[in-house]
Design a protein around this ligand. Structure first.
Ligand SMILES: Cc1ncc(COP(=O)(O)O)c(C=O)c1O
Length: 485
């Protein structure tokens, strides 16, 4: 049933709240506030009783879908369950109530946490220095690519105006390169879904500043020739950027620093205990090898004797990329998560994530086309090719039908190099039973597509809103209620 907006539940006279008597002298608004600041009519707030307002919002909360109420295999987003104890840690008053302008000597515990976190992330990624400032993955990309630009400029290497990005890359990679002022050179994938080394070599040259790469890539495949790729880039004077948004597959097992990367960003809000998406705060720390450390944003947290202080004395720094020191609460959660799991637990989480993805890949290929059908890492790409060719059922139809079965759909139509892509990332926190429930739903949908495809092509059947005009919704969104009465 279509939900009413709270404004449409307006019932004159039902709002019977009382406010306590004023404990300050009353003033005459008309004479004490200039007329130009006074509103002409009362605000159009809904007249609604307390219980109806509570029901309205509880009802809305039930309509929201999140990891806490269901499986969410959104490829590339690592929608894993984040332990609630880490939320508790971030809300401890000693962390939550400190003020960023407080003297550093009064917040030594928080400073120690930041310092330790810089070191832990350096250890996990195989880098030499880390900033915790960036607020998201794309923001980390921007910070890291700005450091690459500063590095070339300080060496008077001003001809490096181009950044290489594979055709399988996440959209933020070319966007970042562009925002930082580079022209993007696209590198092709080969028939195995990996960087085409010959294409890379043919495009390499003195104007290339670097290559941005995620490993495993967005097909969930590990770049087996990563050391050769690194050699090609470095020999030509370029730098290698690691998009660490897919770190969940390899953390505790292999390190970008050991693969030859010079810069890495992480998405704490995917890998380390903050949910991705939903508009909450994120964190995209950036780690660099020593030859780039001088360019990191100011300040870094350093230890002087037994005290923790901010180091602003970094003349080559690209400057600040965010106010204060990053999204501290997200960093606390990630810190608690890393300490709770320890080195073995982190490795175990990555292995479980890989196992879950390979289990789904093996089972799903009974009904769906899997274009790169070999051992994957944390995610893999299936497609609706069979359903499309045989019955005209598309990836979008399957995604919509999945919602009828109570599942959040996988990422669809990405990566762009795979037609009708369904990109599936189950994560390590799902049980075998939950994975089997998902497989059962996918198998039923495949059967429906064969026998009565209109059930799938007209899905969803149980949703409040069925299929929206996505172009209009994106270009002309109506995000606020207008009082047309
Ligand atoms: C591979 C990859 N790179 C970069 C990003 C960007 O991260 P954010 O959404 O935090 O900006 C994502 C986000 O999902 C991603 O999957």
């Amino acid at each position: 049933m279509m939900s009413k907006l709270i404004f449409e539940k307006n019932l004159k006279g039902s709002n019977t709240f009382t406010i306590p008597p004023a404990d300050i002298p009353e003033v005459d608004i008309a004479t004490s506030i200039p007329a130009s600041f006074l509103r002409e009519a009362a605000p159009a707030l809904p007249d609604i009783s307390e219980v109806e307002a509570v029901r309205h919002f509880v009802d809305l909360s039930h309509k929201a879908y999140g990891v806490d109420n269901g499986f969410y295999p959104l490829g590339s987003c690592t929608m894993k369950y984040s332990p609630k104890i880490n939320e508790w840690a971030a809300r401890l008053s000693g962390f939550a109530n400190i003020h960023p302008y407080q003297p550093v000597k009064t917040v030594q515990g928080a400073m120690e946490l930041l310092y330790n976190m810089q070191n832990l992330l350096a250890e996990i990624t195989g880098m030499d220095a880390v900033t915790l400032q960036p607020a998201a993955g794309a923001h980390g990309e921007m910070t890291g690519v700005m450091a690459i630009k500063a590095y070339h400029q300080h060496r008077n290497d001003h001809h490096r105006t181009k950044m290489m990005v594979p055709d399988s890359a996440h959209g933020t990679n070319p966007a970042t390169a562009n925002v930082v002022g580079f022209d993007v050179v696209e590198v092709k994938s080969n028939s195995r879904g990996l960087v085409d080394l010959e294409d890379l070599k043919s495009k390499m040259g003195p104007e290339i500043a670097g290559l941005m790469l995620t490993n495993p890539n967005t097909l969930g495949l590990f770049e087996e020739e990563i050391q050769d790729i690194a050699a090609v880039v470095h020999e030509a004077g370029g730098l290698l950027y690691y998009d660490g948004a897919n770190l969940n597959a390899v953390m505790g097992i292999s390190r970008p620093g050991d693969m030859g990367f010079d810069v890495v960003h992480l998405n704490l809000h995917k890998t380390f205990s903050t949910p991705h998406g939903g508009g909450g705060p994120g964190s995209g720390p950036v780690g660099v090898k020593s030859h780039l450390a001088d360019y990191l944003p100011v300040p870094l947290v350093v230890k002087e004797g037994d005290k923790y202080v901010f180091d602003y004395n970094r003349p080559k720094s690209i400057g600040k990329v965010k106010n204060f020191y990053g999204n501290f609460g997200v960093i606390v959660k990630a810190y608690a998560y890393i300490l709770a799991l320890g080195a073995d637990g982190i490795k175990d989480a990555a292995q479980q994530a890989v196992l879950s993805a390979n289990y789904l890949r093996q089972e799903l290929k009974k009904d769906y086309h899997v274009p790169f059908d070999r051992l994957c890492k944390h995610e893999f790409v299936a497609t609706a090719k069979t359903q499309m060719d045989e019955n005209g059922v598309t990836t979008l139809d399957i995604a919509k039908r999945l919602t009828d079965y109570g599942f959040h759909p996988p990422t669809v139509y990405f990566p762009l190099i795979v037609k009708e892509a369904l990109m599936i990332e189950p994560t390590e926190t799902e049980t075998r039973e939950r994975l089997d429930d998902f497989l059962q739903a996918m198998s039923r949908i495949a059967e429906e597509a064969r026998n009565h495809p209109e059930t799938v092509t007209t899905a969803p059947h149980n949703a409040v809103i069925t299929r929206v005009d996505e172009v209009t919704a994106a270009r002309n969104p109506i995000v606020k209620w207008e009082d047309n009465s």
